[in-house]
Design a protein around this ligand. Structure first.
Ligand code: SF4
Ligand code: SF4
Length: 219
């Protein structure tokens, strides 16, 4: 059996800085998807912020549902019985220029970076994620990669040191959290901390990131 072709994912540290900026409200990610459309066909609920008016204008209201656990006005776009987004058509996304911000910042390289599996119900995304090949040109690339992997491992193995519900069950959210925590594990003194001190640093960093993300959403 031939191995699937690997796809260049870019320099790790450059990619990481871009996706962190995107998650905090910066520019959309420019993913070299080629002909892939796996994430539009993988049973994702797409969250849409009430401030995304240009997006909400082009999605029929009957396709939107209140987002569980979020304030009034936040909605989600669901999927059909095949797991396909209802805005996905024969030519791809039918509202591409006005697609939700969730879609603009989605990047399946998060699974390759963190080592977190995309999930049993996200097989196509998982297969694609396995093909990404990051470029590790400098010590910064390898250092940041190791920090991201350690953050993901800490979330998996030390969830008991963190508040209940802190580690998302949703694999995309968990991978994004691990990325946003890389600083905690990149610092030179990270190795000298106790597990409890690391947990406190993780909680503090996540709180800052969530506030930054919440403040940046909308149009
Ligand atoms: S699964 Fe990844 S490569 Fe495929 S369309 Fe989505 S972001 Fe692009
Ligand atoms: S809105 Fe467009 S980009 Fe987003 S999941 Fe649906 S088809 Fe894909």
């Amino acid at each position: 059996m031939t191995e699937p072709e690997s796809i260049p994912a870019g320099r790790f540290s450059v990619w990481l800085q871009r996706i962190i900026a995107a998650l905090r409200g910066g520019k959309a990610m420019d993913v070299p998807c080629r002909s892939c459309s796996a994430c539009c066909e993988s049973a994702y609920f797409i969250q849409i912020h009430p401030g995304e008016r240009r997006t909400l204008e082009v999605i029929p209201g009957e396709l939107l549902f209140p987002a569980p656990g979020l304030p009034s006005g936040h909605v989600v776009l669901g999927f059909d019985e095949k797991g396909r987004c209802p805005m996905f058509g024969p030519q791809g996304c039918s509202i591409y220029s006005r697609r939700p911000r969730t879609c603009r910042v989605y990047d399946c390289r998060i699974f390759a970076a963190t080592g977190i599996p995309a999930g049993a119900d996200k097989q196509l995304v998982g297969e694609r994620a396995q093909r990404w090949q990051f470029d590790f040109t400098t010590p910064e690339d390898t250092g940041m990669y190791s920090a991201v992997r350690n953050a993901a491992r800490f979330l998996e193995e030390r969830a008991g040191l963190l508040p209940r519900g802190f580690v998302p069950v949703n694999t995309t959210q968990r991978a994004m959290l691990a990325l946003s925590l890389h600083d905690v594990f990149y610092q030179e003194d990270a190795g000298g901390r106790s597990l409890e001190e690391t947990a406190a640093a993780v909680i503090e960093a996540a709180t800052v990131c969530r506030q930054a993300g919440a403040a940046s959403v909308g149009e």
